[in-house]
Design a binder for this molecule. Structure first.
Ligand code: MN
Length: 194
């Protein structure tokens, strides 16, 4: 059984304001993620999944148990996403090695932004390490790079629930605000130590 306390926010709920409000975080973490955890617990009770670590549930349920996959992947994706963010008052720089892989930090920002805005409906934009290089990809709904043998480096959740209270339909403003003010490049650098 999983609990929300196993996936804590790594900062105070008001630490991302004004770019992501405490109200948004209270719903996003305290309600949406909590619901994915509750659903997952109900679905795996009494099954072979019950004793697996979360990442093994994600990889095993892909193509086999859609409801279990959706909820397990969303728990994983959100925990990774919240760790990709840092308090708004902390300054950080994009790792040079990552920027260089995309032709510079402006090009990296542009490519990621374009990908994030291209997601139709609900999904995620990612920087991943795959097949020996860094790539920008998107996934739909709950889908996650770890189910496809890729290593996540950074993500932004572009489901509407991630930004609607603060930005309504203005996804581009949300993505820009997160990239410019909240991206935890120290966490990204750790993820690049493969
Ligand atoms: Mn979300």
């Amino acid at each position: 059984m999983f609990t929300l306390s196993q996936f804590p926010l790594p900062y105070a709920s008001d630490a991302l304001a004004p770019y992501i409000s405490a109200e948004t975080l209270s719903y996003h973490h305290g309600k949406h993620v909590a619901t994915y955890i509750n659903n997952l617990n109900e679905l795996i009770t009494g099954t072979a999944y019950e004793t697996m670590p979360l990442t093994k549930i994600v990889r095993t349920s892909l193509n086999n148990d859609q409801k279990i996959f959706n909820n397990a992947a969303q728990v994983y994706n959100h925990d990774f996403f919240f760790n990709c963010l840092r308090p708004a008052n902390k300054q950080m720089e994009v790792p040079e090695k990552l920027a260089a892989a995309f032709g510079g930090k402006d090009e990296l920002r542009n490519q990621f932004r374009t990908a994030a805005l291209s997601v139709f409906g609900s999904g995620w934009a990612w920087i991943v390490y795959d097949g020996g290089s860094y790539k920008i990809i998107t996934t739909a709904n709950a889908d996650t790079p770890i189910a496809h043998g890729m290593t996540p480096i950074f993500t932004i959740d572009v489901w509407e629930h991630a930004y609607y209270l603060d930005y309504q339909n203005r996804r581009a403003e949300f993505v820009d605000a997160v990239w410019d003010n909240l991206a935890n490049w120290d966490f990204v650098a750790e993820n690049m130590k493969l």
